[in-house]
Design a protein around this ligand. Sequence first.
Ligand code: XMP
Length: 517
Amino acid sequence: RILILDFGSQYTQLIARRVRESGVYCEIHPWDMDAQSIRAFAPKGIILSGGPQSVHEPETARTDPSVFELGVPVLGICYGLQTMSAQLGGAVVPSTHREYGYAEVRVHGHSRLLDGIEDRTSPEGQGLLDVWMSHGDRVDVLPPGFSVIAETDHAPLAGIADETRRFYGLQFHPEVTHTRQGQRILERFVHDICGCGRRWTPRNILEESLDRIRAQVGKDRVLLGLSGGVDSSVVAALLHRAIGDQLVCVFVDNGLLRLGEGDQVMSTFARHMGVRVIRVDAEERFLSRLKGITDPEQKRKIIGNTFIEIFDDEASRLEDVRWLAQGTIYPDVIESAAAKTAKARVIKSHHNVGGLPETMNLRLLEPLRELFKDEVRQLGIELGLPYEMVYRHPFPGPGLGVRVLGEVVRDSLATLRQADHIFIEELRRAGLYDQVSQAFAVFLPVHSVGVVGDNRLYAPVIALRAVETLDFMTARWAHLPYEFLDLVCRRIANEVPNVSRVVYDITGKPPGTIEWE
Ligand code: XMP
């Protein structure tokens, strides 16, 4: 396995995903991981990530020197290259501005890292690579033992190597797709230089997870809050495969789900797979708590708290439960570790399963803790879950509660459900569903004037939202074909009573968030 030491680059998770895609297990740890922990991790190779700092700032991040004493290959990327150079006796000169962008790199001499990898050949016979470069500080004097393996016009030391010790540094980012041969370069490092095999495959992940879960829980019973979302669905299928009837799921229908969603969850899990699912119909309880509430943050809190209350109630009725399973995935783990160091500003409070009565003394079981979202999906497919379920767009915990703007009432929910269903159904039919990252309808309590037949209509508005994004941190609105939008609008106007007009949201993120509340 590979150890990635994180210096705070926005791309660190991408490095990890690329390494995993090449079939090699890796973990991200903070740059200041101590010598003992590094040794205990026993990496077959180490990658030092980029980072926002300059090697020249007074308190700059330096890895523990043991990184360079373990006898394993090391790859430094961007800041990782600079700190490696500085720590091994080279000289790095500051530059006043940082710059990112496309660059053409000339591959220099021979190296195990880059040999034979190129986008084209120059007239002089040199290999050329299209890369995504970050010019920050510059390595000016090579550390002893290193030679240059790549250069650009502006960065004479775009890549360096010490072949004897198997230390490599790249000033550009192999992990981003703009670097066209990036995946090959990373694979060269982990497979050929570190000697890692392609063992991290969905089949192996499944086998190992099953063994680990069985060893962990033995004959104990496990409780899971099933929401119908991808993560909890995969946990349910995985635990059912591992321990069968020892798993009990509680599915709280909060009345804020999409059309037919509750029945679908029951039919997939209870009927088809034979999972023990307790369905709690709690629409009434949620809606009565939400009565008169219009503030989005307050709505989120009420929905979150009511969920916890009901879940706790159900859970405390079960006997002999020893474990609480959760669908925590690797990005959650990384983010909550990062949030501890740098207090992230709360834009919206997201909620997951909260506290349970302490008297229950439940131990936490998080079988997806090490997996990225795409790996969770592959595992779901491996477990036989339907493609449509595993590749569903994300759906927020508070559900339609934050898609009916303002006060949440039953009629508005019903209108929204129908409109949303039409939009999604047409997206699937047109083959557009998988091309957008998330799509949904929003109910606007604003009234506008319309005309139906000969009659004036004064009724609410439906907004359609569809975005394309890789990480949901930024997004662009999906440029859906006009004919398609036209079709959806006509169907909503014809089939959903009491909607005066349909609008399409063309706001990116930023400035808009993906959800409207
Ligand atoms: P925003 O609206 O913040 O959404 O741009 C980014 C992504 O997060 C989802 N989202 C939530 N997910 N609980 C969740 O589990 C929440 O409270 C919540 N709020 C937003 C949103 O659907 C989008 O995918």
